[in-house]
Design a protein around this ligand. Structure first.
Ligand SMILES: *Cc1c(COP(=O)(O)O)cnc(C)c1O
Length: 354
């Protein structure tokens, strides 16, 4: 039986996508060959790559606006470095909202000067900093739209003339926004798009080519753009699954449609967390993430009972990250509302029993 998969990443993908993907591993498009045994230069794969790239731009509303979509390797973690390599000339600003931004800062500091212009470290990253000043002379400002580990999410992005770079690994394609406010967006595939192994980068081409350093080919966005995201052999299987997921999303009505479902899921879970005296939300209410809900038990002695209850109900992946403790329910695009219903029922069952 399929479990209710609340895993933080890698995580749930649409069932029909996984079915199609597994079929393509045996045989792609009735060509008598597997997706993973054909040349990436073959028409069948080139079409897949082109579709994956154009679907990303289409769903984000960025077609014809000077953006290019790339499917690279090395995870979001390599983007921490690549962003700085390609964009950092004198100094960059970073907002530190948790583990992932912290790591992005560390990598960028290998390349140049980095100002941490705001941080929520003082409260173990349970909130999103507000009201900070963005200096006008930054090469770019780096943000993390959703903090996967702590369960916070930026709802309003700073208005600034400085180019905006955003790590959207854990909430890309989950909610509507004006994506054209960003000059570069990146996201590891393994949360809302596909299996681990590829990273979507969406970059406004005009911001490239302005640094004086020599950028190694594999780290150079322009090199990847010039080669249509095929400078080296792309991760063919992950790119194919991303393409299927984006097609699935488009067919259901795109980001507006999934956002509505995501809001329902989040509302259902957070209202249980707020109403049930046995549970406490970790993140500050106005900064709560619709993707990752973090919460703890009021009474730790109920842990074994609660853990046994959710495991018996077919729930997977609810344990919190070690830096927060407690629980984390990740509700990515492919998680059905019904799974959240199962979790909420168990939480209220626990209240009845306790
Ligand atoms: C998961 C995650 C990462 C790390 O991605 P990798 O592909 O493992 O490098 C980075 N940033 C955020 C916000 C994440 O959720």
């Amino acid at each position: 039986m399929k479990k209710h998969n609340f895993s933080a990443g890698p995580c749930i993908l649409p069932q029909e996508v996984m079915k199609k993907a597994s079929e393509a591993v045996i045989e792609l498009n009735e060509i008598g060959l597997s997706l993973i045994e054909i040349s990436h230069r073959s028409k069948d794969f080139v079409d897949i790559m082109e579709q994956a790239r154009s679907l990303a731009l289409e769903l984000l509303g960025l077609e014809g606006k000077g953006y290019k979509a790339l499917y690279l390797q090395g995870g979001a973690s390599l983007e921490f470095l690549m962003v700085a390599y390609n964009l950092l000339e004198t100094k960059a600003g970073y907002v530190n909202t948790g583990t992932w931004s912290d790591k992005a800062i560390k990598e960028a500091r290998l390349v140049g000067e980095v100002l941490e212009i705001a941080s929520s470290k003082d409260k173990n990253f349970n909130y999103i900093p507000r009201g900070y000043m963005v200096p006008n002379d930054l090469d770019y400002l780096h943000l993390t739209s959703n903090n996967t580990i702590f369960g916070t999410q930026i709802k309003e992005f700073p208005k600034t003339n400085v180019p905006l770079v955003c790590d959207m690994s854990s909430d890309i394609f989950s909610r509507q926004m004006d994506f054209s406010q960003f000059d570069l967006i990146y996201a590891g595939a393994q949360k809302n798009m596909g299996p681990a192994g590829t990273t979507l980068v969406v970059v406004k081409e005009e911001i490239l080519g302005q640094v004086s350093r020599k950028v190694p080919s594999m780290l150079n966005y322009q090199v990847h753009i010039n080669k249509d995201s095929m400078f080296n052999t792309p991760a063919v299987f992950p790119v194919y699954v991303c393409m299927l997921t984006l097609q699935w999303l488009k067919d259901m009505g795109g980001i507006p449609a999934i956002e509505e479902i995501n809001e329902k899921k989040a509302k259902l879970l957070y209202s249980e967390i707020d109403l049930n005296p046995l549970f406490n939300g970790f993140a500050k209410t106005e900064d709560r993430s619709n993707m990752n809900a973090t919460f703890t038990l009021e009474d730790e002695t109920l842990k074994d009972t609660f853990d046994a209850m959710w495991k018996e109900s077919g729930i997977n992946g609810l344990n919190g990250h070690r830096s927060v403790g407690g629980y984390r329910a990740s509700m990515y695009n492919a998680l059905p509302l019904e799974s959240v219903g199962v979790l909420v029922d168990i939480m209220s069952d626990l209240e009845r029993k306790a």
